[in-house]
Write a protein that binds this ligand. Structure first.
Ligand code: GLA
Length: 350
């Protein structure tokens, strides 16, 4: 179902798409930022509830959003000092985060209006979004043609397929920044959610949340989520990395060794019985525990988002990869196709 979603400050009309599958799960998408604005999934009693944070109008997305539900690009997470070099040319980006570049810069993909087309197949339905970022936009080289396809399947999974091509060598790292709260969509803390991530290593950061370049074990640290544990269990431990992140805001190095689409993370919310499984082709995932939410944004359903009332699991290549030659490469060359897939799949506890 397609309905108008208002007009941006610069006069662009925004469209809202509602995808509903055979079991009643729905996903709402707007073509401003490719934002997932709602996801209604059943709990253990079959009661549907919205499990993502967001707004119900375009003005609030433009003025009061903290990357709620959006597509992040051209480069997810941070690039140190907003600088990188390719073929001995240095490129400079807008510094929007304490002297560094975060989530694409000043006007990243989260603030662009995407072209949208809905589609329906026998068992699935979705929206295909397209955006061409022109050569030099936000300082990045190359005309970059991107397509992001959201597909809702009959088994309550939302599949996100990313695709891009360039006409000059460039860097790319696309992700989605949905904040989940499986209990109540952001009305209460996420600290009781039980999280599991198939990662025995992570990339520690400095004070500016830039990776130091090390890849270190999670074993015997608060970062060990190899077995499910409540997000809040060790979050208050006095650990330098938790102090820098103000909680969890770190890239996990997934244990899988190829780029196959595999389950890599699971979240269980004990009260509602809702379960979220994450599958990805990416080598990393940013686990962010909503540390910057501080009760100054009121979203849909009249909910004011307090500290740690949403968490993000952003599948990605590692932050600052353009400056860390030993991290998996984020370089895209003309003639190559960037492809990446992530699935958020919902289940309930038996
Ligand atoms: C990412 C970053 C965080 C923060 C959030 C948005 O998860 O790693 O540091 O910027 O996005 O607030």
């Amino acid at each position: 179902m397609k309905t108008p979603f208002g007009t941006t400050k610069d006069g662009k009309k925004i469209t809202h798409y509602k995808l509903t599958n055979q079991s009643g799960m729905s996903v709402d998408i707007i073509n401003y930022g490719g934002i997932i604005s709602s996801m209604e999934v059943p709990d253990k009693n079959g009661v549907f509830g919205d499990v993502v944070l967001g707004h119900d109008n375009i003005k609030d997305y433009e003025e009061k959003s903290d990357y709620f539900g959006c597509i992040v690009g051209r480069f997810g997470n941070r690039i140190a000092h907003g600088k990188f070099s390719l073929d001995s040319t240095e490129y400079k980006l807008f510094l929007n985060n304490n002297g560094h570049t975060l989530h694409g810069g000043q006007k990243g993909f989260d603030k662009q209006v995407w072209e949208a087309k809905s589609f329906e197949n026998e068992d699935t339905l979705g929206v295909k979004l397209s955006y061409t970022s022109i050569d030099g936009e936000e300082g990045y080289p190359g005309n970059l043609k991107c397509e992001v396809t959201y597909t809702l399947t009959k088994d309550n999974a939302l599949q996100i397929d990313y695709m891009a091509v360039t006409d000059k060598t460039t860097v790319i790292n696309l992700t989605n920044h949905t904040y989940f709260n499986l209990k109540d969509g952001g009305n209460s803390s996420i600290l009781d959610h039980q999280l599991q991530i198939d990662a025995s290593h992570y990339t520690p950061v400095d004070e500016g949340l830039i990776p130091t370049g090390e890849i270190i074990p999670v074993a015997e640290t608060p970062f060990d989520f190899r077995q499910p544990k409540p997000i809040g269990k060790n979050i208050a431990v006095d650990h330098v990395q938790l102090n820098y992140g103000l909680g969890y805001d770190h890239n996990y190095v997934l244990d899988k060794t190829d780029n196959a689409l595999e389950p890599i993370s699971k979240v269980i919310e004990p009260e509602s019985g809702r379960i979220l499984e994450v599958l990805t082709t990416e080598p990393g995932i940013q686990f962010y525990s909503g540390n910057f939410l501080k009760g100054n944004i009121t979203g849909k359903h009249g909910i004011t988002y307090q500290h740690r009332t949403g968490f993000c699991l952003e599948t990605q290549h590692f932050p600052d990869s353009p400056n860390q030659p030993h991290f998996p490469s984020t370089v895209l060359k003309p003639g190559e196709t960037y492809q990446s897939t992530t699935i958020y799949r919902f289940k309930v506890q038996d």
